[in-house]
Design a protein around this ligand. Structure first.
Ligand code: OXD
Ligand code: MN
Length: 595
């Protein structure tokens, strides 16, 4: 085993960690090893170095202090689900919704690619915590990476450096993440998860979701397995607090598939009508939830920053996000102004600039048919910049959840809001969650892609067992949250029925009131829905007809829906929990009665 010539001394005596770093360095053969401490000095040094190496560019520091600009390889701009693998001993453990590779084969295959991958490069050792320091719910990960861009992003997205080593001490419980960008070649790109080893190997990509290993890889794919084994839930959910004018706080966790406006919802500003109401963000993407001593479900956000989609973010859709990205932010694959001092993306406020430099560095004019920013361009911004950050976002105990929401993008069938009858029905709502694909993604509009609990790309084990885990959690939660389903995207004659954005506060208010058993509703076959007058619509320009269309239950549509849910349930075979299959059949039988 050769020791790299140039290595900063390991600032830890953890023998497991030192040994593992040694082994990975022997495999990847970096020229240098740098242990990151998370200090301000280090930050200054790393940004200077990244600028000098051309990895990032400095933006106008007067206008956007601490902000930088990066471009990824045009072949590497999104998560790669087809190259993402769950490497469990058997294929059945990964289940039919995941790509699977045998652990031996994956270690051999990726080991071959990692062999010498860091020659001429630096291996950064990035210790990080997912969750508040010292929380029983938090986990420590170590990411070894040859990308300074990854280090800078991990600094924003996690609690990084000495703080994580201090929390780890001499324990061997850390997640082992190894990442190399290699030659950014899609042919040599793999994101492999080894749940039984608490290990992630990612190679060939430099794009956030594939390489910021704390996020989707640890907090969701590995996290869901840890949650199953340790009796808690790792979910693709935002967490927000709703504060009433009287100061009463209610916390809500909500799962939406990617690109349904989760970050906007998490940072919502209530409309004028809701004077005195306030939304506080705990998290915008991931929730770890555990049963507390009081029998309630308590949630932490494992992340410390936002990795948000830039296009569509504006003062109209998300003023708090616009405020958040004014400093200490890394923008990736957005467009640059010609003076290279500012950034732009489709949907940003103000007139469309006449000239820009597009996300690939090419000159762009407003006559250009192509988008200036990549549709999946991102901002990486620290949570502390968010004007509506909850003061409990860093609380080791987390926040108590009173309501869970499942939402998708559906043009028909799914009403504006619906409350489940009980936990099992709520799990059913999550298990049957679907979202319609957009033309850009598939070429076909209106195709429902089942995305249970918004976890389809992120569940690290058999989806049938995941549903069973959700059902089992009920026995541990003496005071369970109420479960709801929402749909902001229902249409009539091709027009959206609900205004969305801040007006979603009206639906959220009904949910909060229902969770506190303080508001009326009507029981339908499908669940509880608001009666006329139960939703606060004052000051909203919406007709009775429109609100009826937005909230109605159409039995014909539901017959089709329930039949189509069977396709996904059947895919899970005998791992599909019977209570959920029976629930579907029961609903179908009740709907058939009405037709
Ligand atoms: C994300 C996603 O980036 O869900 O958060 O794709
Ligand atoms: Mn997400």
């Amino acid at each position: 085993m050769t020791e790299p010539r140039n290595s900063t001394t390991a600032p830890t005596s953890n023998p497991h960690l030192i040994q593992w770093v040694k082994e990975m360095a022997a495999l990847c053969k970096p020229d240098r090893i740098v242990w990151c401490d998370g200090s301000e000095d280090e930050k200054t040094r790393l940004y200077e170095q990244a600028v000098a190496e051309g990895v990032i560019q400095e933006l106008d520091q007067k206008k956007l202090p601490g902000c930088y600009y990066a471009r990824s390889n045009p072949n590497d701009v999104a998560r790669v689900e087809h190259l993402t693998f769950i490497c469990t001993p058997t294929k059945d453990e990964a289940g039919p919704t995941n790509n699977w590779m045998a652990p031996d084969e994956a270690y051999r295959k990726l080991g071959g690619l990692f062999d010498g991958a860091m020659k001429g490069r630096t291996m950064y050792v990035v210790p990080y915590i997912m969750g508040p320091a010292g929380s029983e719910m938090s986990k420590v990960g170590i990411e070894l990476t040859d990308s300074i861009y990854v280090v800078l992003n991990m600094r924003i997205m996690t609690r990084m450096g000495k703080i994580a080593l201090d929390m780890l001490g001499d324990a061997n419980t850390f997640n082992r993440g190894l990442h190399s960008t290699l030659d950014v070649n899609p042919e040599r790109r793999y994101i492999c998860h080894f749940p039984q080893d608490n290990t992630i190997w990612s190679i060939g990509s430099g794009y956030g979701g594939n390489v910021l290993l704390g996020k989707k890889c640890l907090a969701l794919r590995i996290g869901s397995v840890l949650g199953r084994d340790e009796g808690w839930l790792a979910e693709h959910m935002l967490i927000l607090g709703v504060e009433s004018p009287e100061g009463q706080m209610t916390y809500v966790a909500a799962a939406f598939p990617s690109a349904c406006g989760k970050t906007n919802f998490a940072m919502m500003i209530p409309p004028k009508r809701f004077n005195g109401w306030k939304i506080w963000t705990v998290g915008d993407d991931i929730a770890w939830m555990r049963v507390g001593p009081d029998g309630r479900l308590w949630a932490i956000n494992p992340e410390a920053g936002y990795f948000g989609v830039a296009p569509g973010t504006s003062m109209q859709s998300n003023p708090n996000a616009m405020q958040t990205v004014l400093k200490d932010t890394i923008f990736t694959n957005v467009a640059l102004t010609p003076d290279k001092g500012d950034v732009w993306w489709e949907g940003k406020d103000g007139p469309i600039p006449a000239d820009l430099i597009d996300w690939q560095g090419r000159p762009w004019t407003n006559a250009s048919p192509e988008k200036a920013a990549h549709p999946n361009s991102r901002f990486t911004a620290p949570a502390r910049n968010n004007p509506c950050l909850s003061r409990f976002a860093d609380d080791p105990q987390g926040v108590p959840i009173s309501a869970i929401i499942f939402g998708g993008r559906r043009a028909s069938t799914v009403p504006l809001v619906l409350q489940s009858f009980n936990w099992t029905h709520g799990v059913f709502l999550g298990a049957t969650l679907g979202s319609e694909t957009t033309a850009a993604a598939t070429g076909k509009v209106g195709v429902v892609r089942r995305d249970p609990m918004a976890m389809l790309p992120f569940c690290g084990y058999n989806m049938g067992d995941y549903f069973a885990h959700w059902l089992k959690m009920q026995h541990k939660i003496a005071n369970p949250p109420k479960i709801f389903m929402v749909n902001w995207f229902r249409q009539h004659n091709g027009k959206f029925l609900w205004p969305g954005f801040g007006e979603n506060m009206r639906v959220l208010k009904w949910i909060v009131d229902r969770a506190r058993v303080a508001r009326g509703a009507q029981e339908t076959i499908m669940g509880w829905v608001p009666r006329p007058g139960d939703l606060d619509l004052s000051g909203l320009d919406i007709s009775d007809e429109q609100i009826h269309e937005a909230t109605k239950i159409d039995y014909r549509e539901w017959k089709t829906e329930l039949e189509s849910q069977a396709e996904f349930f059947d895919k899970l075979g005998d791992r599909m929990p019977r209570p959920l299959s029976l629930w579907r059949e029961m609903l179908l039988a009740r709907v058939a009665e009405r037709l």
